[in-house]
Design a protein around this ligand. Structure first.
Ligand SMILES: NC(=O)C1=CN([C@@H]2O[C@H](COP(=O)(O)OP(=O)(O)OC[C@H]3O[C@@H](n4cnc5c(N)ncnc54)[C@H](OP(=O)(O)O)[C@@H]3O)[C@@H](O)[C@H]2O)C=CC1
Ligand SMILES: O=C(O)[C@@H]1CCC=N1
Length: 273
């Protein structure tokens, strides 16, 4: 497969994570450009990989095969208007990682014929264990689809979704999901400390338990409910805890929280479209 020239617009957390993964996967740093008005972000990025940096978005996108828009949703319209003149023809693939910005909006800002992949990654991409959902518009060629898959696969697993609106659910699940696990783990640490453990011990045991549970789910050929049953001895401690979670409506709470996230993604699309 050919190695595309990739231009990142915005050199913040997510761009730095993806660039780190790409370079670790063997993508030549000199084939990667990054533009950001914030010199400190470019400096931090240079410490991760010797990519080509600049503070001019048009310069960055000119001649690139792939442009990755890694800016906040609020500045996406201005950034698209800015780069439009640098995208000389429709051979440049545009990938957006912004939450809640639709392909329709991007096409209206950049051009109807633009090949666009909308993607929702997550922050564990920083460690190469991200999870991304992707959706391509009909202008995207087979090679551009392969490029998008290659780029996001460098930082974790990917899944193509059949409809663009599925990305709202992906955002509510894996995009925001790391924060839910952090919240649960914060609560577990607090509870363990209040039962007498030191903060250090509680934190170490919580993190290892979270990682162990995730690895059991990934590596054992068993569904999540079965894995849970195997921890739950009849009349034992886990059963006591799980009964409390169920009686307090944990499943509805999770469902309502994820619906709020998906609704927010949809509302952002309307606010910023
Ligand atoms: N964080 C997360 O968990 C996830 C985030 N996303 C999406 O990724 C995108 C980026 O998020 P994240 O990396 O966290 O954000 P950051 O704020 O870390 O990065 C965005 C960068 O873009 C820069 N920027 C602002 N305006 C421009 C401009 N006109 N041209 C070029 N660069 C500009 C910002 O500079 P300055 O700081 O000076 O404004 C900043 O360095 C967002 O759209 C978000 O929705 C997707 C999945 C997960
Ligand atoms: O909170 C947000 O809006 C972004 C998108 C998913 C994770 N962070």
């Amino acid at each position: 497969m050919t190695t595309p020239v990739i231009a990142f617009i915005g050199a913040g957390n997510m761009a730095t994570s993806i660039i780190g993964g790409l370079v670790a996967a063997g993508h030549p740093a000199q084939q990667i450009r990054a533009a950001d008005p914030f010199a400190e972000s470019l400096q931090r990025l240079s410490e991760v990989a010797p990519v080509v940096t600049c503070n001019n978005n048009i310069e960055a996108v000119t001649g690139a095969d792939v442009v990755i828009l890694a800016v906040k949703p609020q500045v996406m319209a201005a950034v698209c208007a800015d780069i439009r003149t640098g995208l000389a023809d429709t051979s440049t693939l545009v990938i957006s990682i912004a939450a809640g910005i639709t392909i329709d909006s991007m096409q209206s800002w950049i051009g109807e014929d633009t090949p666009i992949v909308r993607c929702m990654p997550n922050t564990p991409a920083l460690l190469g264990c991200g999870a991304s959902g992707l959706y391509a518009n009909s202008n995207v060629t087979a090679q551009q689809r392969d490029w998008a898959a290659q780029i996001l696969s460098a930082v974790g697993i990917i899944d193509w979704v059949p409809a663009e609106h599925d990305l709202d659910a992906v955002t509510a699940l894996s995009g925001s999901g790391p924060a839910y696990f952090f919240l649960l783990m914060e609560a577990m640490v607090d509870a363990a400390v209040s039962q007498g453990l030191s903060l250090e011990t509680a934190t170490r045991l919580t993190l290892q338990t979270g990682m162990g549970a995730a690895r059991m789910g990934l590596e054992k050929d068993l569904d999540l409910a079965e894995l849970r049953r195997r921890v739950t001895s009849p009349g034992g401690t886990t059963e006591a805890a799980v009964k409390e979670f169920e009686a307090s409506g944990l499943r509805k709470l999770v469902s309502d929280a994820m619906q709020a996230a998906a609704d927010r993604a949809d509302a952002m699309a309307k606010e910023m479209g």
